[in-house]
Design a protein around this ligand. Structure first.
Ligand code: ZN
Length: 135
């Protein structure tokens, strides 16, 4: 039985997983600088994917076994778990009113607020000096 089957399978894809993950990152340019956190998160996700594919390519190149790949994968996943708030800053519901968010608000817009709460927050920051109740 082939002992590096998983590494070979992942290495076979080359850089395509990285390219697929970077496409949404490029879409952030159309939303401007206001989406800092989630834009950075998409970059961190791309780094994780890149590390996993490089690891698999390294294992295949040097004739190591899948057990070495799993050890490296565990390190990458452990680091991802430690930095999970930076990697996945997404929420499915509004941070203020718990209403469901649309895909654009979930993936692209920082703050995790629905349209109504975002309008309320922006109005508060412009007008009455932020009278929004603290949650
Ligand atoms: Zn809301």
């Amino acid at each position: 039985m082939n002992t590096d089957a998983v590494s070979q399978w992942i290495a076979r894809f080359g850089l395509w997983p990285l390219i697929v993950v970077l496409i949404p990152h490029l879409m952030f340019f159309s939303y401007g600088q206001a989406m800092g956190k989630k834009r950075r998160a998409s970059l961190y996700q791309a780094i994780v994917i890149f590390l996993i594919t490089i690891l698999a390519a390294f294992i295949v190149e040097y004739g190591l076994r899948d057990i070495h790949f799993y050890a490296g994968l565990a390190v990458v996943l452990l680091a991802s778990a430690v930095f999970r708030k930076k990697l996945f800053p997404y929420r499915l519901n509004c941070a203020d009113c718990e209403r469901g968010l649309n895909i654009k608000a979930i993936y692209f817009i920082d703050g995790n607020l629905c349209v109504d709460c975002r309008v309320k927050r922006d109005a508060g920051s412009l007008g009455d000096g932020g009278s929004k109740p603290k949650v």
